[in-house]
Write a protein that binds this ligand. Structure first.
Ligand SMILES: Cc1cc2nc3c(=O)[nH]c(=O)nc-3n(C[C@H](O)[C@H](O)[C@H](O)COP(=O)(O)OP(=O)(O)OC[C@H]3O[C@@H](n4cnc5c(N)ncnc54)[C@H](O)[C@@H]3O)c2cc1C
Length: 289
């Protein structure tokens, strides 16, 4: 069983799976009652299905993972409702002492442009060392209080040997590690990867998505290749984006300045400045993105 280590104490492991690329084409062809086709026809069919969002054949493939992850990452992950989760119980067992601490280069300031993100550049090494030391102090304090509550060290009444695990756990930080089994089908997995591989997703969940993709890519090479082209690497064009692009391609524009002149007038296409900037980012040469 292949395990990929993620963050400082986490991992992702593919425990089991059902089906492969041919299970997808087999399901898609059932309606026509046709036999096995050539590999290139299979590839064409998988790409056609994904391009046209004909998703049910991808639901024929099931995958089950064992994941160890910080609680704050699980809190984002569990929002993907079209999956089955069974998580370690901190009511039943004593929490392990693994706690996530970001590496020095991953400690970054609040982004000034994105309310929900970090800036691209890390803080100075000196500041990062300071931040990590504050985090570690908080973790040690929380762990000490947790263990003393479990043992009842601070309780005066000798009748009790400690408070319950379900109550003691509430002092523990969101950075504490938990574990889960997670089962989903390939359609929902692709949707999960689409959202969580994206650069707008938090780094700590993105690295799990990257690990999952590298585990599944060799098992479903055709489906993941199609997802790279039609889902992960794609961008939905709005009506205004399309009207703008139509102008760029079909009006007799003489030079680049005129194209960007048309673009600067984003209101002409009913676009907000933010929408226009987003489109511009997508259209930039790859090396400038
Ligand atoms: C970058 C980013 C930032 C986010 N920020 C926030 C945030 O600030 N606050 C917050 O609360 N969440 C936030 N989320 C979570 C987000 O809103 C979704 O809950 C999460 O990404 C799961 O997506 P989903 O609902 O499409 O997936 P799933 O729950 O797996 O659902 C898959 C699909 O099934 C269908 N579906 C599932 N349930 C229903 C339903 N009840 N009704 C109708 N259709 C349904 C929908 O088509 C859905 O796309 C963020 C997510 C991302 C990626």
């Amino acid at each position: 069983m292949t395990t990929i280590n993620v963050l400082d104490h986490g991992f992702v492991r593919l425990v089991d799976h059902m089906g492969d690329d041919s299970a997808i084409v087999q399901a898609a062809r059932v309606s026509y009652g046709e036999g096995t086709k050539t590999p290139s026809e299979d590839r064409g069919l998988i790409r056609y299905l994904m391009r046209h969002q004909h998703w049910t054949p991808f639901e024929m493939v099931e995958l089950k993972f064992h994941v160890k992850l910080p609680i704050f990452v699980e809190r984002q992950w569990v929002r993907h409702r079209t999956a089955s989760t069974n998580e370690e119980s901190a009511r039943y067992s004593v929490m392990s002492d693994g706690v996530y601490t970001p590496s020095l280069r991953d400690i970054k300031p609040q982004s000034t442009t994105l309310k929900q993100g970090t800036a691209d550049e890390p803080v100075s090494v000196q500041d990062a060392v300071e931040v990590r030391s504050h985090m570690l102090n908080a973790y040690v304090t929380a762990r000490t209080v947790y263990e003393s509550l479990l043992k009842g060290e601070s309780l005066v009444c000798e009748k009790f040997t400690g408070i319950s695990r379900e109550q003691a756990r509430i002092v523990m930080p969101l950075a504490s590690y938990t574990q889960k089994y997670w089962k989903t089908n390939l359609r929902n997995l692709i949707h999960f990867l689409h959202l969580r591989l994206d650069k707008h997703a938090q780094y700590e969940i993105r690295v799990y998505a990257e690990a999952i993709k590298s585990l599944v890519a060799p098992l479903f090479p055709l489906a993941i290749e199609a997802a790279d082209d039609y889902v992960f690497g794609s961008y939905t064009l709005s009506r205004m984006d399309i009207e703008f692009l139509r102008d760029v391609f079909y009006l007799p524009l003489t030079n680049e300045r005129e194209i960007f002149g048309a673009f600067a007038d984003h209101k002409r296409f009913g676009m907000t400045k933010r929408e226009a900037d987003d489109l511009m980012k997508i259209l930039k040469p790859k090396e400038e993105q």
